[in-house]
Design a protein around this ligand. Sequence first.
Ligand code: B1M
Length: 225
Amino acid sequence: MIEGLKNAVLDGDVDKAKEFAQVAVKEKVDPLKASTQGLVAGIMIMGEAFGRGEIFLPELVMSADALKAGSVFLNKEIGKLGLEKPTLGRVVIGTVAGDVHDIGKDLVKILLSANGFEVIDLGVDVSADQFVEAAIREQADIVGLSALLTTTMRYMPVVIKALKEANSPAKTMVGGAPVTEHFTQEIGADGYGFDAQEAVELARALIGKKRWRQPPTKPTIPGDH
Ligand code: B1M
């Protein structure tokens, strides 16, 4: 089953990915395991092949499409794992400007939701102004930034600076393949999640440190002078 999901991604076969994901759900296979060891394992192999120049971008796109098709069914099941838990805090999350990678960000979102966080997903290619506006509007406890490119990770400090300038009390959490602990400290983010599970643990730790309830100073919405 898990091998079938992986092969569906390797072949860029949307129908097979849907079919195997539906069977996995029906047979009550652990959805997180099916996602990470099946779909995600497949895309990582394709990513390495792409990096070595062995496959072309359209093939990578087809594999990503197959992964997304299978994820629809598995993510629904992952989300159900924590339905009864109380809300721990509110997280605004997005992939930073210039970057359209959302598979990892979506996994983080789903695991945060499954573990009792309320998550507002801003999607991909999100500007600093959009992050700031949402953080203030939603009274976010945490703002989560994802980046998959070495170029776009450089936009993370721009968002962090904008949040500070707007006096947002939200803690910042960063992640994505090129992001490191060292980079996190360099840009002044509050924490780094290596993977989705670590992101949940980090969010739990950050939530205890600062809450919106008593903002130190009045936050400023961009353009609101
Ligand atoms: Co692109 N891509 N891609 N890509 N892609 C990479 C990132 C790359 C490493 C591939 C390679 O060359 N080997 C390379 C980047 C090189 C670099 O910057 N040094 C690359 C490139 C070059 C590009 C394009 C520029 C290609 C081109 O057009 N010539 C282009 C850029 C488009 C853009 O964004 N502007 C591009 C496009 C694409 C697709 C559209 C085809 C597709 C994305 C589809 C989608 O996301 N909807 C795609 C894919 C699939 C990949 C790889 C193969 C897989 C990424 C992925 O989904 N991984 C990737 C190779 C790789 O990463 N090794 C690659 C699985 C996912 C579960 O892992 O996203 O790392 P990840 O998320 C993890 C952790 O990082 C962490 O938790 C997640 C779950 O465990 N995490 C967080 C992530 N966000 C977090 C946030 C947190 C905490 C943890 O807190 C908030």
